[in-house]
Structure formats: C-alpha cells, structure tokens
Design a protein around this ligand. Structure first.
Ligand code: X5A
Ligand code: ZN
Length: 675
C-alpha cells in the first residue's frame, strides 16, 4: 500500500512580524494572511485530517546553499537594529520590509520547507503544504525582494538533491509574480525544471524584468529547463490557466519525469487579489493540484508564497489542501477557452521551447507579428488605457461565490467482480440486485446474445447498481470486470441516456466498436484511443485517435491525453465518466493508472471503469488509483512517432473550432489582443 497522509506545517510564530512604517508597496503583506489560511483549514475540518509537522529553523549551511555569506550575515544583524536602522537596511532592496523578528521567521519559513521535504521523502506522508511567512521566491543570492528574505523553495530543492539524492526536481510557481530568485538560482541547472506563469504586461508589471519573458529558457546545460509564461493582460480565467497546464506545463513535466515536485504556492493568481487582478476562481487550485498529483509518484510539497485577498487566499488554500488529501474535485463549469492574449503567450512559449522538448517538436511558429514591435507599440497605447482600467478595477469590489463544499461519498471505490476474483482491500464489493421485469425484457431485447443470459443479466444489474449508487453519491467510483466489455459499454451508455440523461464522457482504450452513433444530442462525448485507423470523422462528439504503436506508445499517449482528451473533457464537463479498456488494449499498467487518475478530475470523481475479464490483473492497480493513490511514475520513454504526432495534430485542428480548450495558437491578426 502506498503511504497515506498530507503534512500541514504551520506555526504561529511566523505571524509575529509586520510592517512597522508606512509603505504602500508592502502594506498588503500582513500576518493575517497566515491566520486566515490556517483558520479556514481548521473551520473546514481539513487541519484535523492532516498530519501536523513541526517547524524548525533552517541552518546556516542550508541557507548558504542559495544565499551568500555576506547577505546572511547582514540579515543576521536585523534583530538588533533600531527602527531607523531597519528602514535604512530595507531601502537597499525592492518591495520588502524588515522587522526585528523577520530573521527568525525567515529561518522558520525555510526550515518549514525542509521539514516538508523530509516528511515526503521519508514516506511519513504522501504530500503536504507549508503555510509560511515570509515568502521566498523573489529573494536572491544576495538580496531580499518582494516580501521575501530567504528563498524557501530553492533551498528545499537543493536540500532534496543533497540529502535524498533526488535527481530531478520540478518547481511549479503558480504565484502571479515571477519568482526571479528561483530562476536565477537554477538557470544553468538541468536537474531543476522551473516553470512560472506571471503577470507581465509586456514588462510593465513588477518586477519589470526582461528575463521574465518566455524567451528566457535557461543557460548552459540548463537551457530549456526554465519555462516562463508571461500573462500580458489581467483578468485571466480558469480556462487560461488550464490551457497552459495542458499545452505547456504538463507535457514538459511528464517528459522531464521529476522525482519530486515543489510548488511555489502563491494564491495571488486567484480572483480578488489586488496584485494579480486575475479572475481564476479558488477551485482552480483543486484542479492544478490534482493535475500535478500523479507526477513523481505523488511526492508534492507546496510552500506558500503570495496571496493578499484574505478571503480568496483562504479559499484557495483549502481547495489545495483538500485535493492533497485526495477528496473528489469540484466541477468547473462554463470554461470558455483561453483569451487571445493567453493564446499568444501559449504560442510563444511552445515555439521557443520546441527545440528543447520533444513534446513541443511540432509546435507552431511564433506569432507572425514582431513581438518586440508589439512591445513598443503597446508601451504607448497602454499608457492611456491602463489608467482607466486600473481605476475601475480598484473601485469595483470583486465578488465570487464561495466554492461549494466537497463531500466525499462514504465509499470511494465499489467493485463488480466475478465471484472467483477477490476484492482488493479498502474497496467494497457490489452484489447485483434483482432487476425489475421491464428492465429484464428491455435488456434481453437489445443486448443479450443467445445463451449467455444468466451471466449477462447479473452483470447488467450490477452495473445498474453501480450507476445508481454513484448517482446517489453513495459511492465515488466503480470498477466492473465483465465478460464482454463492448456490450457492457453499450448497455451503460444506453442506460445512462435513458435513466439519468447526464453528460457522459466515454474514454475507450483499445480497439473495438464504440457508441459513436449516439452522440447527436451533445450529452455524449466519445474518445477512443487505439491502433485502429478510422475514416476521417466529422462529428464534434466522436473522436477516434489512432496511434501506430497503439496504447503502448507512452509519449504518443501522453500527447493525446494532454493535447486532446483533457481539454475536451474539461470543456464537455461530464457528470459521469465511463472508462473502458477493451481486450488487448496494449496499454501498460503505469499509463493506465495515469489515465484513470487524471480522469478523476471530472464529474466529482464519478468514474465507472469497465475491464474485460481476461484483464483481471489490472483490477488491483486500477482500484488503487480509484482509491486516490497516486499513479507510479512512468518509465523513461521515447519520443512519439512523427506520423502519430501529425495525426493527433490534424485531429486537434479539426476540432478546435468547436472545442476552444484545444486551441494553442492565436488567430492570425497582428492586431492587439483583447480578453
Ligand atoms: C511573494 C509575493 C509580491 C511582491 C509584490 C511587490 N511577492 N510589488 O507575492
Ligand atoms: Zn506573488
């Protein structure tokens, strides 16, 4: 069994420093950021479900992995400074303040990140979060910056490499500011992949650095291992964030294959934040966290960075923690597709990185207009405009609904198995109940081949039980081992259409007939991944994907999952997912578990998995994933076949007019993008 548990690191001591003078740039960084986050976790019963891990101070040696002796020695003196000295000391750095107790807190903040790494790397917990102040990602070798004193996450990455021999660390920085401190720290290091998205506005937003743009890709042997996604407009939404995950971060992250994931978890990228001015809702962090959950075997450490709207911050922290704990995800409604400015950024990033990552090898050229001309043009144009926009944004108080409570059904995974197959632990075995005569006659008429009536009727009744229990939220997901997977799939699709009229997503892995003819009312979306070539399709709701080497081609499969399946599924927003694995699908257990895990993003975790009886070896790994265990990391894999990539790309091209989340290039206009 995989190790369970989520670590929570918090200590009141880190609330015990604050701004002691007037500085408009720093007044938002308040102790309540921490208390509001922690109290929300307590209020929602989440703190109690976590493993509480104590803080400690980072040692000098640990801090010196990232910072210079001169800087450390200077900061060491701050507890003894007078107010005047502190002000003066502060002046040499940008947008930061010192306080007599901040050095102590900064040591605890860095130490918290290290405690978290220890807890995860020793297997004490599966993942965790550290709620810390001061934040870290802006601080540099010899400088405090942007409320940050020591670079907590950078120190943690070094520590993980040194103490645990971790070979590759992925740092995901979803804070709305560019963590330039982290970038500088690992710029020439290919063992740390740093990904950051950040408000940029063509360099008009703090910290106004040229090197925050997407053409800063790293240096020397670290070239390609720094991925910047600049947001050139405010108001980015859930769709924009998801698009960047699907089309940039996830493909690169899986290709990188990290042993550990560190998250610079700043929540100033959420709606209501005065710094970010973005519009992504707090429940997006449930999804961002979930999408990272199957990397590195689930070893994920989130360390708080920014987040200045206390309501938004607290909600976002709760969403993150609840996902770390493995609760079913909230459904994200009405995803509109990325805005034009986000598409421009996507296109730029992908084209810049196509020479470094095979997943981007076929990325489009950069946008045709001259980006530097655009930068200059915008410089004048925006001058007048931002003033108006900014005033409006300040005056108008942002409101958004509180994310609904996420309830976990009493049973996580229910299994319908032939009597000779044992039920794995932690799962519930479902016994088929008797069917009413009307259903029996209907079933006989439409689905039964002569001679197998008894077995099949039992299976169908078991499937109905599973569906009903999911509908009533008594169980989260189900797995059925059946003698004829195609018939069972047809049966479920018909039954769901007739009885529940839900939006259904069918994902079929492997060859075989699928319910492609039933997709007309828009409730059913069918994606099939196999090595079987199908004729060119025109339906928006039937997506057959052909991979030459079939489902055993890991790189091709991932390309399909991130480039097609996840975007389609998010936009379709199903209320039930039916995952089908046909006989001889060729998919390896690892990839299958990744897929099963990722599909739990949808329908509040209501997934029904159908597997052919001869495939019973996959019951245990599938059940484990349905129970919320992270999938094991994928083995190193070869780049996909060019012709497969091209086929997937053609499919994406065909579908992107109907499914906006498939888009990854800006329309050829050259005009100024509007959100
Ligand atoms: C950690 C963080 C923001 C600094 C903003 C300064 N820092 N204008 O979010
Ligand atoms: Zn920030």
């Amino acid at each position: 069994m995989t190790t369970m548990g989520t670590a929570l690191i918090y200590d009141e001591e880190m609330t015990k420093y604050k701004l002691l003078w007037v500085d408009p740039a720093c007044k938002i960084e308040v102790p309540e950021r921490l208390t509001a986050s922690y109290e929300a976790l307590v209020r929602n019963g989440l703190a109690d479900r976590c493993v509480s891990v104590p803080v400690r101070e980072a040692t000098d040696a640990e801090i010196l992995r990232v910072h210079s002796v001169e800087y450390l020695e200077a900061v060491k003196k701050t507890p003894y400074m007078t107010l005047e000295d502190l002000k003066e000391f502060t002046l040499q750095y940008g947008d930061v303040y010192f306080h007599p107790n901040i050095y102590h807190c900064a040591k605890l903040a860095a130490g918290s990140a290290l405690q978290l790494v220890d807890s995860v790397m020793t297997g004490k917990v599966r993942n965790g979060i550290a709620l810390v102040r001061p934040p870290g990602h802006h601080s540099m070798q010899s400088a405090a910056n942007g409320f940050c004193v020591f670079n907590n996450v950078a120190i943690a990455a070094h520590y993980a490499k040194q103490k645990y021999g971790v070979k590759r660390v992925l740092i995901v920085d979803w804070d709305i500011h560019h963590g330039q401190g982290v970038q500088y720290c690992f710029e020439d290091d290919s063992s740390v992949l740093y990904f950051s998205w950040h408000r940029y506005e063509h360099q008009k937003f703090w910290p106004n650095l040229r090197e925050s743009d997407c053409d800063s890709v790293g240096k020397g042997s670290g070239t390609g291992f720094n991925i910047n996604v600049p947001w050139n407009k405010v108001g980015m939404k859930n769709s924009d964030y998801l698009s960047v995950f699907f089309h940039v971060l996830l493909p690169a992250a899986y290709e990188f294959c990290p042993d550990l994931v560190l998250v610079c978890a700043g929540f100033d990228s959420a709606i209501g934040d005065p710094e970010g001015e973005m519009c992504a809702t707090p429940d997006i962090f449930a999804h961002l966290t979930h999408l990272l959950r199957n990397l590195a075997g689930g070893k994920l450490c989130a360390v708080l960075e920014g987040g200045y709207n206390l309501t938004s911050l607290a909600q976002s922290v709760c969403q993150t923690v609840q996902t770390l704990l493995g609760d079913p995800l909230p459904q994200l409604g009405n995803l509109s597709g990325p805005c034009e400015s986000a598409l421009e950024s996507l296109q730029c990033v992908r084209s810049v990185h196509r020479q470094y990552w095979s997943c981007f090898k076929h990325a489009a050229d950069p946008p045709s207009f001259d980006i530097s001309t655009k930068r200059a043009k915008l410089a004048e144009k925006e001058e007048e405009r931002t003033e108006i926009v900014e005033k409006e944004a300040c005056v108008e108080e942002m409101v958004w609904p509180e994310p609904p409570k996420r309830v976990s059904p009493p049973v996580r995974a229910a299994l319908l198995l032939p009597s000779h197959v044992a039920c794995p632990e932690r799962c519930q075995r479902i016994n088929a109940s008797a069917l009413d005569p009307l259903t029996v006659s209907k079933v006989k008429e439409s689905f039964l081949k002569h001679g197998e009536e008894h077995v099949a009727l039992q299976t169908f009744s078991g499937l109905i039980t599973l569906l009903e229990k999911m509908e009533n939220n008594e169980i989260c997901s189900g797995l059925a081992l059946v003698s004829d997977v195609t018939t069972a799939m047809m049966f479920v699709v018909h039954h769901v259409a007739a009885a529940f009229r839900k939006r259904l997503l069918v994902v079929c892995v492997g060859k075989g007939k699928v319910p492609s003819h039933l997709t007309e009312d828009g409730n059913l979306l069918v994606v099939q991944i196999s090595s079987e070539h199908t004729d060119e399709q025109t339906s928006k709701y039937y997506v057959p994907v052909c991979l030459k080497k079939g489902c055993s081609d890991t790189a091709g499969f991932l390309q399909v999952v991130f480039g097609l399946l996840l975007p389609l599924a998010y936009e379709h927003n199903p209320s039930l997912v039916l995952l089908v694995r046909t006989a001889e699908s060729g998919v390896c257990d690892g990839m299958w578990q990744q897929l099963t895990g990722m599909l739990q993003s949808f329908a509040q975790g209501h997934t029904l998995v159908l597997v052919q009886e001869d495939d019973k070896a996959c019951v245990i790994p599938t059940a484990s994933t349905l129970l919320g265990d992270p999938a094991p990391p994928l083995e190193h894999f070869e780049a996909s076949l060019s012709e497969d990539l091209e086929a997937v790309e053609r499919l994406r091209q065909r579908l992107q007019a109907d499914w906006k989340l498939l888009q990854m290039t800006a329309p050829e206009s050259g005009g100024t993008a509007e959100c």
